[in-house]
Design a protein around this ligand. Structure first.
Ligand SMILES: O=C(O)CCC(=O)C(=O)O
Ligand SMILES: [Fe+2]
Length: 293
């Protein structure tokens, strides 16, 4: 196992086998802000997933529904974004989100902070030709107090950016600034010159924490679409980006194991090991009881 605890960040993003232990993955991410997990999902899983979502992608229009400048730039004028992927894809629901490696890595990062965690978002992001670079950001800025706390704050979110097409420097590979998680001032998101592209093959996962500056790359091609899924987990006591508990049909949720039901907000969030309260309840009881799960 590499000793990453005392070393300085590398100028690249380290690539490791998908079966690397969660503890080692975490120590690399704590050092650099991210790591590439090679061939995490099989080409066949990616193909089935893409087949399932293709009709929904075709129906989507590129660009942001939100015309506020900030979000339009963030979402991308020629980018399609599909949300509620749990409902749309059985491969995602039955294989990817239940993958024991995903859950073991999430446990490693998030259970030290809270007793239960949730999937804050799962979004397919297809960057089309000519799309400008996404503004650099840190994912924890969804909850701005953690930006104010800077590097000393808790790491409350991780993002499994999964390549659903090959990522190249030209088609919009995610750009990352390794080590920017250690900068003192999180108002500083770096510059494009500081970034390096995460060159991924279909099925690779770029795992980043909430503290590293990054953004979708510019698509300089005329005919190549870069497709990824950004899916993030966060501790249970923050409000999630997607309201899965109102979006995923209960009948589907009943087919999933209890831990996944919790991750989707159909079970309460506990914090007993930190002497915290139970949150997201019904009549002081687990919401799952009310839902008859
Ligand atoms: O599309 C990408 O490469 C990055 C997306 C991203 O950073 C985000 O949605 O938070
Ligand atoms: Fe992001």
């Amino acid at each position: 196992m590499t000793d990453t605890t005392t070393s300085t960040p590398t100028a690249t993003i380290q690539r490791v086998p998908a079966d690397t232990s969660p503890a080692e993955i975490k120590s690399i991410v704590e050092r650099d802000g991210g790591v590439i997990l090679s061939n995490f999902f099989t080409v066949d899983q990616v193909r089935r997933f893409n087949d399932e979502i293709d009709p929904f992608m075709t129906d989507l229009e590129a660009g942001s529904p939100d015309k506020v400048d900030l979000f339009e730039g963030f979402h991308g004028a020629n980018t399609k974004r599909l949300t509620n992927v749990v409902t749309h894809s059985s491969t995602f629901r039955e294989e990817m989100i239940q993958d024991p490696r995903i859950l073991a890595i999430s446990d490693e990062f998030l259970l030290p902070v809270a007793d239960s965690y949730q999937m804050t978002a799962a979004q397919v992001i297809e960057i089309g030709p000519g799309n400008k670079p996404q503004p650099l950001h840190r994912d924890l800025e969804n909850w701005p107090i953690f930006r104010d706390l800077g590097p000393s704050g808790y790491n409350v979110t991780i993002n499994f950016l999964t390549a659903l097409s090959d990522f190249t420097e030209d088609n919009g590979a995610t750009r990352v600034i390794p080590g920017s998680s250690h900068w003192d001032d999180y108002e500083d998101r770096g510059t494009p010159e500081n970034t390096i592209p995460a060159l991924l093959n279909k099925g690779d996962v770029l795992l980043i924490d909430g503290k590293v500056a990054h953004g979708g790359g510019e698509n300089k091609t005329t005919d190549n679409y870069r497709r990824a899924m950004a899916w993030s987990f966060t501790i249970g006591w923050l409000t999630s980006e997607e309201a899965h508990a109102f979006l995923v049909p209960l009948d589907l949720v009943k087919t999933l194991p209890p831990k996944i039901q919790n991750i989707l907000g159909f079970r309460s969030f506990h914090n007993a090991s930190k002497q915290g309260g139970t949150l997201w309840q019904a009549n002081y009881d687990d919401i799952a009881k009310y839902l008859e799960l």
